[in-house]
Design a protein around this ligand. Sequence first.
Ligand SMILES: [Zn+2]
Length: 307
Amino acid sequence: MGDVAVSDGRVVAADRRTRARREIDVAGLAVAPGFVDAHAHSDLVPLMAEPQPFKLLQGVTTEINGNCGFSYAPDASALEELTGESVPDWTFAEYLEAVAAAGPTNHVATLVGHSTLRGAVAGFAETLREGDLDRMCDLAAAALAAGACGLSSGLIYPPGSYAGIDELVALAEVAHGYGVPYTTHMRDEGAGLAAALDEAVAIARRARVRLQVSHCKVAGRRNHGQAGMLLGKLRAARAAGVDARGDQYPYLAGATMLAALLPPSALAGGRVRDVLAAQPGGPGCAAWPSPAGRARGCGRTAPRKAC
Ligand SMILES: [Zn+2]
């Protein structure tokens, strides 16, 4: 209980003698600084036609976008197959400029996504050609130089799921060069959680980057009870010198793309629509329309929950 003031943009202690230009009596209420949402997918929200203050109204003043391996720059055209989002073939710098020009309702920072980089260079090919990884690293470096706040991966989603650990270490080493973290939607959040955690920590250790495990969870009823193991592995990693942390969203349900439920081999070569269309009685391509109601240069239609 006490008084606080906002001075030079910071929350500071105040006493009753402090006079301010504007005073607000919040007796009986709570005062909090703005919250940081460490795991958001609001990448295209600032580009929607109308201001979208839905996070701000919940107290979130800063969002981290570009999670789970998916950023909408550079060149996210290959991901349209998966996300249904059509965006310009822009550089990361141009994407950031578009967001800034649109005037987001809160602060945003954006990770560059591994799946985006892989899609830009090799589409949905399972195996990279000679030189592809170097090109991915060059694109990552350009994005980080432009202001990307880290590297994300989403290893249950194609094409990111086709990557082996050495590819991820190479890209995380680029992040190390810029002093930014590696965040990951791990390869498995269910029965294979322990091995997926070990892989995430190994990548961070080898590349000497800070690790952020996205939406820490134990998925699947059969795996319940493993949360202690998850937290224990993060604790052990920190004790061993890897700055490993995690985040979680405050609701029970998750949301993801249908493609994440299909075997990776079914998606190789970018055949998502073909695979779905071939299902007897399945939804076919009609279930994957380009979003209607394009907004300021992008196809964003609705904000997406954490996946
Ligand atoms: Zn995710």
